[in-house]
Design a protein around this ligand. Structure first.
Ligand code: FES
Length: 153
């Protein structure tokens, strides 16, 4: 459980950084104070909550929605996340923000696929299986509460 707690803290910090980077990608490029990329960005430009670590106990997905050996796209608040169940009753979650250029990665069974440049991640571990992503996806500590996958403290 200690390792899990360490992961939680690191994940929260890393996830917050990824969210901030994603927001930076939505920045005003024309210099007129507007958000020029508001409609095409997968991350809401006013999503400042993504810089905060997720609170414990927040529902991420229903356990029944996550196939054993598979994964789903989900939301944690307004942040895109990925939830997988590598073996029955074992749930893992990750920020869906690609570590390459912050596109939103999609669930693809036992893998996660980035639509932008083709990075592939292992859904069980978040590790990069194929680049150009330089780092694993940021893990989010989760546990099961009733029939829900929820964030862990
Ligand atoms: S942003 Fe995901 S592979 Fe480039």
């Amino acid at each position: 459980m200690t390792a899990s707690h360490d992961l939680t803290r690191r994940a929260a910090l890393t996830f917050g950084t990824a969210g901030a980077l994603a927001l930076a990608g939505c920045a005003d490029v024309s210099g007129d104070g507007s958000n020029d990329d508001a409609n095409s960005s997968p991350i809401a430009p006013d999503d400042t909550a993504s810089a905060e670590p997720p609170a414990a106990g927040e529902a991420v997905a229903a356990t029944a929605d996550v196939p054993v050996g598979g994964s789903i796209d989900a939301k944690l608040g307004s942040d895109p996340v990925l939830v997988a169940q590598p073996s029955e009753g074992e749930f893992v979650a990750y920020s869906a923000i690609c570590t390459h250029q912050q596109c939103v990665v999609a669930a693809a069974g036992a893998e996660f696929h980035c639509p932008c440049h083709g990075s592939i991640y292992d859904a069980a571990t978040g590790e990069v299986l194929a680049g150009p992503a330089p780092e694993p996806l940021s893990p989010i500590a989760v546990t099961v509460a009733g029939d829900q996958v929820v964030t862990a403290s």
